[in-house]
Design a protein around this ligand. Structure first.
Ligand SMILES: C[S@@+](CC[C@H](N)C(=O)[O-])C[C@H]1O[C@@H](n2cnc3c(N)ncnc32)[C@H](O)[C@@H]1O
Length: 260
């Protein structure tokens, strides 16, 4: 899976479900202990709004947020001490090590996690902490219906379809257990239930996230048609009544040894 060729992220769509998206972030933040006067790195920081929250909550003196999307990066102001930079994380990682490294809802856009996670641990300072949260909904109608629509639009998408790279939680648990630098780790799955009046709510939610990869590859008109094809499939699978979606997210936490 390579990065989208054009910036398909739309902060105005992302912000429509700000409350739903903030809840897992709060749970992620709770995994980390404060690092007074330390440094924070946020991988896939989006608008930086949550980087700024973490900056204050973790009491660090400087925070760096990295993201590949100019439209996300350009849509929020951040306080002093927080720097946002454009970087395609699939292509390169920054220099240096940070006391706290977090990533909220962004690892699911980076391929090959078995190789990626050890590289991310390289960014954590000795005694430092890493916390990651990523959606993991492969095999649910939410994801399956998009893949079906991608099949229908295969020619326009030049064969592209988004397949989640998120591994089973046990894979991350083993990676941490085998990494000599890790002192303590936790891996878990949480569900964030959503009940929408109709499938329209699910489509709107996806337009702020997963569908960005398709927006990046289609003209606005074709993207509208793509969303309609997705909506139609969801309707067939889930019906017209209130629609339940048990949004599944995988959480990772690791603390490194002081001498790591
Ligand atoms: C769902 S948003 C999460 C943003 C932010 N962490 C938050 O919680 O509000 C996912 C972010 O990952 C970023 N992203 C996706 N692929 C990326 C890559 N290869 N390098 C850097 N950022 C990437 C997107 O640009 C987007 O801003």
């Amino acid at each position: 899976m390579s990065s989208p060729p054009v910036d398909g992220w739309a902060p105005e769509f992302y912000a429509r479900f700000a409350e739903d998206r903030a809840a897992p972030f709060e749970d992620l933040l709770a995994l980390l202990s404060p690092a007074r006067r330390g440094t924070l790195l946020d991988l896939g920081c989006g608008t930086g709004a949550l980087t700024a929250k973490a900056h204050v909550a973790l009491q660090v003196s400087s925070s760096l947020g990295l993201d590949a999307s100019p439209s996300m990066l350009g849509s929020a102001a951040v306080p002093p001490g927080v720097t946002l930079e454009r970087r395609d994380l699939a292509a390169s990682l920054p220099e240096g090590r940070f006391d706290r490294v977090l990533s909220n809802s962004a690892f699911n856009w980076i391929p090959e996690h078995r190789a990626w996670l050890p590289r991310v641990l390289n960014l954590v300072a000795p005694g430092g902490e890493l916390a990651v949260q990523m959606p993991s909904n492969a095999g649910t109608p939410f994801s399956e219906c998009v893949l079906e629509a991608a099949g229908e639009f295969s020619e326009l998408l030049k064969g592209f379809a988004y397949h989640s790279p998120v591994e089973a939680p046990e894979v991350y648990a083993e990676l941490f257990a085998r990494d000599e630098r890790v002192e303590k780790s936790r891996v878990g799955t949480w569900h964030y239930p959503q009940l929408h009046a109709s499938v329209e709510g699910l489509v709107a939610f996806a337009q702020g996230g997963m569908l960005s990869a398709y927006r990046a590859r289609l003209s606005p008109e074709d993207f509208e048609r793509f969303c309609a094809a997705y909506r139609e499939r969801l309707l067939r699978r889930l019906g017209s009544g209130p629609v339940f979606f048990a949004f599944r997210r995988v959480f990772l936490f690791a603390k490194l040894k002081a001498g790591a």
